[in-house]
Design a protein around this ligand. Structure first.
Ligand SMILES: [Zn+2]
Ligand SMILES: [Zn+2]
Length: 256
């Protein structure tokens, strides 16, 4: 199984998980044409996708999802809460197959087992996801205010981990963001600050991990090299295993 990203950050998030027979798009935070051209970079044609999974209703995760699903006839998997919050954005004449998922049940898409992981975030019913195929696992964890025991337990033996490193606490406090936005981002239902993400890394068994990819970095309130340094100090992993996903360039294929 392998992973790549079309880009990650507050201007749009989109990820691919693929095994021999299945290609999944996780979130579609770029517009329709932008998504198609970013998929091309990785040699993926839109009609090759087996499903789109949506984590929650925020624009940076769903922007092109419905027009894309309608045009290329790709089924969408999402929670009831996410579906409800997106309803206004789904054009009446769209013909999309929706699959409602719940947070207590894993499900299969061809040979890939998908486990939804409920996370604390200011959305109606947000999930992040873990994928298992042939005993290999990848998890994509972004958009959460703090780490939970359930998350730690689920990720215990993970082989490829995409993890939010949203902001540096001090950079956010010192930033020119209005106080209300600072409170939202740093709140219990906001985004992970660097040291909270490090806490998660230390709590799971990262010895067998193949790579760690930092995602959803704030352009203003974080720094790529700071994040690389923190992960490297916390895990003693070689530099090649530590990745940062770029908003524009995304990240190229990573295998587990
Ligand atoms: Zn987001
Ligand atoms: Zn969000």
């Amino acid at each position: 199984m392998r992973f790549c990203s079309l880009g990650s950050g507050s201007s749009g998030n989109s990820f691919i998980v693929q095994d021999d027979e299945t290609t999944l798009l996780i979130d579609c935070g770029f517009g329709l044409n932008e998504t198609v051209s970013r998929l091309e970079r990785y040699g993926i044609s839109p009609d090759q996708l087996n499903a789109i999974l949506l984590t929650h209703e925020h624009e940076d995760h769903i922007k092109g999802a419905f027009s894309f699903a309608n045009k290329y006839k790709v089924p969408i998997y999402l929670s009831h809460g996410t579906f409800k919050m997106c309803k206004k954005k789904i054009n009446n004449n769209y013909d999309i197959h929706f699959n409602i998922i719940n947070g207590t049940q894993s499900f299969m898409i061809n040979g890939i087992e998908v486990t939804p992981i409920p996370v604390p975030h200011d959305a109606r019913e947000p999930f992040q996801f873990m994928f298992v195929s042939k005993f290999k696992s990848i998890a994509i964890i972004t958009d959460l205010g703090f780490i939970t025991n359930h998350l730690i337990n689920t990720l215990k033996e993970i082989k490829g981990l995409v993890l939010e490193f949203n902001h540096d606490k001090k950079m956010l406090i010192d930033s020119d963001y209005p106080q209300s936005l600072k409170d939202r981002v740093s709140g219990m239902y906001g985004h992970l600050e660097n040291m909270e993400s490090i806490k998660l890394l230390k709590a799971i068994n990262y010895n067998g991990i193949k790579w760690i990819a930092a995602a959803h970095l704030s352009k203003k309130n974080n720094d790529e090299n700071l994040v690389r340094g923190l992960i490297s100090d916390a895990t003693s992993k070689e530099k090649e295993l530590i990745k940062v996903i770029d908003q524009i360039k995304g990240i190229d294929w990573l295998n587990v």
